[in-house]
Design a protein around this ligand. Structure first.
Ligand code: HAM
Length: 434
């Protein structure tokens, strides 16, 4: 018996949502999706199952080990997508060759990672993503960060923090030590996982003292605004002109953020993200009450090249399931009124007439209809309507059908009134009470 019960539970980390829960998810998706068109991001769809070889290209060590990976019936190595950027980049490279640049695309899609389930960490979750292809300008960085902020605000989240870093600075310093890209990915992966000791150990095998020092200094910039650490940073980076150049770009982003969100951002130059495709600014969005990132993104200028076209890009994705956990998200108050439809005699003419009435009432704005299908006495039907918080019931029996009338009972005070079929649509709302 126990075994049967166990086998029908959802798998660990996979969730079922009730209508009430799904309503919150839908509210988040619909509200944020309004920004797709507002900012010109056309929505796209990519496959749920992808070739392992595509995703492995740049997904990074951390996620690579946490993929739902299997052989399909054609003996191909495939994965359930753990993220959307790589697939979207392929779509843009292959299918949007003739579009004028920049190309802006967006998506809402479920992702799969074999993460250890806990609050806000699931094995299937939904991303809302924005990707901007073709521009190297700092304006595209800012556009994307600005949309991320707007998206949070759109669903009522005002208390948030943005953590920023820059992988171009880190990579340019590593390049100075002749560390090639594959190894850079490995090292940055360590930073992402907070394995700082291992990072320095590995680096000391490679780097000169100068490189080690600059990383030690960069690590100290945690939780700072650049303003605070500008002089130090400039000093640290003085010997790395390529990194210093990128730093000037970061200054512009910081200035924008200061204006846009005041103190709600901070820089951490020792911060790297797990995905391997980042090449410039990176950021994560936090809602303090949750303690986990609700979104993340950054610039990835070399991913598209791997897929066949040299296109710089920048983007981000929000984790809808984590946003759902925020008490700051309030779904819009229901404006509509619930009305029950009770069919007294279940003969074919009465049923047909009842559905005709429902058809009419469907045209009344803000009226939601629920036909009672549970049988029983009129008393038990009314009791059920009260439990479902219906404001009124429409009663249809043989008598109403032959006389082309409809009786409506207001549940708040029990008042009942008869309406002609034609006038019902016009008068029902007034009778129920606005
Ligand atoms: P990511 O940071 O790996 O970025 O994922 C984005 C968001 O997805 C996270 O901030 C988090 O809210 C949510 N998320 C991640 N893992 C889980 C999980 N196990 N359960 C629930 N939510 C989760 C990306 O995937 C990049 N593709 C973002 C991007 C787009 N970068 C450039 N463009």
């Amino acid at each position: 018996m126990n075994n049967v019960k166990k086998s029908i539970e959802p798998l660990r980390g996979f969730r079922e949502l009730t209508p009430e829960e799904y309503k919150k998810k839908k509210f988040i998706i619909e509200s944020i999706s309004e920004l797709f068109e507002k900012y010109g991001y056309g929505e796209v769809e990519t496959p749920t199952v992808e070739p392992l070889s595509l995703i492995e290209l740049k997904v990074g060590e951390e996620i690579r080990h946490r993929m739902f990976r299997f052989k399909d019936l054609g003996d191909r190595d495939v994965v359930l997508r753990p993220e959307g950027t790589i697939s979207v980049a392929r779509l843009v490279v292959n299918k949007m060759k003739n579009e004028p640049l920049p190309i802006r695309v967006s998506y809402v899609a479920n992702m799969f990672r074999y993460d250890e389930p806990q609050k806000g960490r699931y094995r299937e979750f939904t991303h809302i993503g924005f990707e901007h292809f073709g521009s190297r300008s700092v304006v595209s960085d800012i556009e994307v960060i600005n949309i991320a902020i707007e998206a949070l605000k759109k669903i009522g989240i005002e208390a948030f923090r943005i953590k920023l870093g820059n992988e171009a600075i880190l990579r340019r310093i590593l390049s100075e030590a002749n560390i090639e890209q594959k190894e850079q990915d490995l090292l940055l992966g360590m930073l992402d996982r907070g394995e700082n000791e291992e990072f320095f150990e590995k680096l000391s095998e490679k780097g000169e003292e100068k490189i080690l020092n600059v990383f030690r200094e960069l690590m100290k910039t945690k939780e700072s605004s650049i303003g605070e650490s500008e002089q130090t940073l400039k000093k640290i980076l003085a010997e790395f002109p390529a990194a210093l150049e990128e730093y000037e770009r970061v200054r512009i982003i910081e200035n924008f953020l200061e204006w846009k969100v005041g103190g709600k951002y901070y820089f951490d130059f020792g911060f790297a993200r797990g995905l391997e495709y980042y090449t410039g600014i990176i950021f994560e969005l936090y809602v303090p009450e949750l303690g986990v990132a609700v979104g993340g993104g950054g610039r990835y200028d070399s991913l598209c090249k791997l897929l066949g076209r040299d296109l710089p890009a920048v983007g981000f994705a929000l984790g809808v399931d984590r946003l759902m956990l925020s008490s700051q998200v309030k779904t819009a108050k229901q404006k509509s009124k619930k009305v029950g439809v009770i069919i007294l005699e279940e003969d074919v003419e009465t049923i047909k007439y009842a559905f005709q009435v429902v058809e009419q009432l469907k045209e009344v704005e803000n009226l939601n209809l629920e036909i009672d299908t549970m049988g029983g006495s009129l008393g038990s039907k009314i009791e059920r309507a009260l439990k479902k918080n219906e404001e009124a019931i429409v009663i249809i029996g043989k008598k109403e059908q032959t006389e082309k009338h409809v009786s409506v009972k207001r549940l708040r005070d029990g008042v009942q009134k008869s309406f002609g079929y034609e006038e019902l649509k016009r008068e029902i709302l007034e009778f129920i009470g606005q």
